[in-house]
Design a binder for this molecule. Structure first.
Ligand SMILES: [Zn+2]
Ligand SMILES: [Zn+2]
Length: 73
C-alpha cells in the first residue's frame, strides 16, 4: 500500500493529490471538498451518493446498452 501524498495524510480516492480530512459518512473514505456531497446523515462522497440514488430507485438503469466487440467504423 502506498499513499500518493505520503505522510499518512488522507487523500481523496478520486483526487489522490488532494489531502482531505473530511470522511464520507458511509464508506469512511476521505472526500475532498469537490467530492463532498451534503446529505441528511452528514457528508457523502460522490460514489456513495450515486449508490444511494440507485438504491432509492427500484429500477436501476445504468447504460442501457452493452458494448459489442465489433469492427471499428
Ligand atoms: Zn462514500
Ligand atoms: Zn476528490
Amino acid at each position: 500500500m502506498t499513499t500518493p501524498a505520503g505522510a499518512g495524510a488522507p487523500t481523496c480516492p478520486r483526487h489522490p493529490d488532494r489531502v482531505s480530512y473530511v470522511r464520507c459518512q458511509r464508506c469512511e473514505r476521505p472526500a475532498c471538498p469537490e467530492c463532498q456531497r451534503p446529505a441528511p446523515v452528514g457528508v457523502l462522497c460522490v460514489d456513495c451518493l450515486n449508490e444511494a440514488k440507485a438504491q432509492a430507485r427500484p429500477v436501476r438503469s445504468r447504460l442501457g446498452f452493452t458494448m459489442t466487440a465489433g469492427p471499428r467504423s
